[in-house]
Design a protein around this ligand. Structure first.
Ligand code: BGC
Length: 513
């Protein structure tokens, strides 16, 4: 090997060691996570006492019943939470009005109809990206756009003249006064439409629907509003009766769980059956009171400082797909400035905030730490991210650059998975059952090659270190946010349904929609 080659490989080794040292702050020890779990428990307790005096709000969702496969009929679901709006028409094939049958007939029918799979049929679904001008427009423009979209969809499905219940998934922090009343507290993720915060979003949707409908149009009854985590949990409960937690790790992040009313000091009603309710934790706000500032790196701090929502959603900023690539970008800029990566020259693409796409992080993580193949995915991702005409990359990417980028990418995604596992653990120990099924969804956890297994690994570490007996089952509740909304609408119907009258010895059911 020539002395030039030797020099270059020494320099590359030095760069790797230097980068390793500088980004160690992205690695938190298990003891750190135990401390973070204790802090989170305190916030959960505070939230269950009072929404006003807490950071992690633990919102009451008023969803108290889970699906029992007796749901029946057609329902609409609407989902708003990311860059698209989605609508779905579902039919549930649970047993029809069993109580209107004689008990022997009822038993016979129940046995015949015992379904093996969730008895759901998708009639139609549609998705529309929210145009930029609507995204940056007023709340009224946003809801009018959504209403127009639903009406179009309803007409396509020949629902004119039909009364149909709709479940609305709205994935932002809301205070609910009932199942179909929800005041937006703050926008999160990239949303910021004026005129919505402080208002009941169900009323806004209903007003827009009224504006966009006329006599020949269906009567769409918005019967419930839920969070995407709640939808995911509800959908998971159809698959596993032990499902106690709903989790989303996508553009945003959050979790919900089923809690006993007796453990919720702020529960405003009596403790009638069912004695439980789904709590939307809004745990993305954990850390907004600075209790985990010690765990943040300077890159996290700068990201927060320059974000749309300063000092809000700190936990979410450490976890979700919207922010992880931005942490990576900021980290890279530091290493470039110190001459450790890209010979100290910044490719122009990296100057623009939020310019790295989340999908690249999943792709890069597919390479292995001690990759004999020389990190092929990382090389491909970099080639895709940067202009190939940049003279800096005319000979491709140096081995040390690739290794360093892979290393910090993985540190960021793994830290995110550890924070998620930590939140799940902190919730799971509040649940009496040893067996806890967790329904999850979201682009990051679903599309990343190892994210889910890292979450499971960390949960097992918690079991081992604490000696607390728990068995976890992670269920992918694909599109649970959408299905969940329809299921909740169907549950509302199911719950209201047992209304009967007896006439001349016969039982008749009165439908209340
Ligand atoms: C919102 C939550 C939502 C989560 C996942 C967060 O930004 O505040 O309500 O559940 O994103 O979509």
């Amino acid at each position: 090997m020539s002395s030039n080659n030797n020099e270059s490989s020494n320099k590359q080794q030095q760069n790797i060691e230097h980068a390793d040292l500088l980004t160690k702050s992205l690695i938190l020890s298990h003891e750190d996570f135990e401390k973070i779990s204790t802090l989170l428990t305190k916030e959960f307790d505070r939230g269950l006492r009072s929404t006003k005096d807490s950071i992690v709000k633990m919102y009451l969702t008023y969803v108290r019943s889970l699906p029992n496969r007796e749901e029946h009929g057609r329902y609409l679901a609407l989902d708003l939470g990311g860059t698209n709006v989605r609508v779905l028409l579902l039919e549930f094939h649970g047993p029809p009005s069993l109580l209107s049958l004689k008990s022997s007939q009822r038993r016979q029918q129940q046995q015949q109809q015992e379904p093996k799979k969730p008895p759901i049929e998708i009639i139609d679904s549609s998705m529309k990206p929210i145009p930029t001008e609507i995204f940056h427009g007023t709340g009224q423009q946003l809801f009018d756009f959504i209403a127009e979209f639903i009406v179009e969809f309803a007409l396509r499905n020949k629902l004119a003249g039909v009364r149909i219940a709709l479940g609305f998934t709205f994935s932002f922090p809301v205070v609910q006064q009932g199942l179909a009343e929800a005041t937006l507290v703050t926008w999160t993720k990239a949303f910021n439409c004026p005129g919505v915060v402080g208002n009941d979003v169900v009323r806004l949707l209903k007003a827009s629907l009224k504006r966009k409908t006329h006599h020949s149009i269906p009567f769409i009854d918005v019967v419930a509003i839920i969070n995407d985590t709640t939808g995911t949990l509800i959908y998971g409960a159809l698959q596993d009766k032990n499902c106690g937690i709903g989790l989303i790790v996508g553009t945003g992040s959050n979790a919900c769980y089923v809690e006993y009313l007796s453990k919720i000091e702020k529960w405003p009603f009596n403790y009638s059956d069912p004695k439980q309710v789904v709590i939307n934790c809004e745990c993305g706000a954990f850390g907004d009171n600075h209790v985990i500032d010690w765990a943040l790196t300077n890159w996290d701090r700068r990201l927060n400082y320059e974000s749309l929502n300063l000092n809000k959603q700190i936990h979410e900023k450490l976890i979700s797909g919207m922010y992880l690539p931005e942490i990576l970008r900021r980290c890279l800029l530091t290493l470039i400035e110190l001459g450790i990566v890209f010979e100290g020259k910044t490719p122009i693409e990296l100057f623009r905030p939020y310019s790295i796409k989340t999908k690249y992080m999943s792709f890069i993580d597919q390479d292995n730490e001690n990759d004999e193949n020389n990190f092929p995915n990382t090389r491909k991702a970099l080639a895709d991210m940067f202009n190939s005409k940049n003279p800096l990359f005319k000979n491709g990417f140096s081995d040390s650059d690739v290794k360093i980028i892979h290393m910090i990418n993985r540190r960021i995604t793994k830290r995110s998975a550890n924070f998620v596992a930590n939140a799940l653990w902190t919730l799971a120990i509040r649940i009496d059952n040893v067996d806890v099924a967790i329904a999850y969804d979201g682009s990051l956890i679903c599309l990343h090659p190892y994210y889910r297994s890292w979450v499971e690994e960390k949960l097992n570490e918690f079991i081992k270190k604490t000696g607390i007996k728990k068995r976890f089952r992670l269920i992918h509740a694909n599109d649970g946010s959408l299905y969940g909304a329809a299921i909740v609408a169907a549950i509302c119907y199911r719950e209201k349904r047992p209304k009967f009258i007896k006439k001349r010895g016969k039982i008749y059911e009165i439908t209340r929609f």
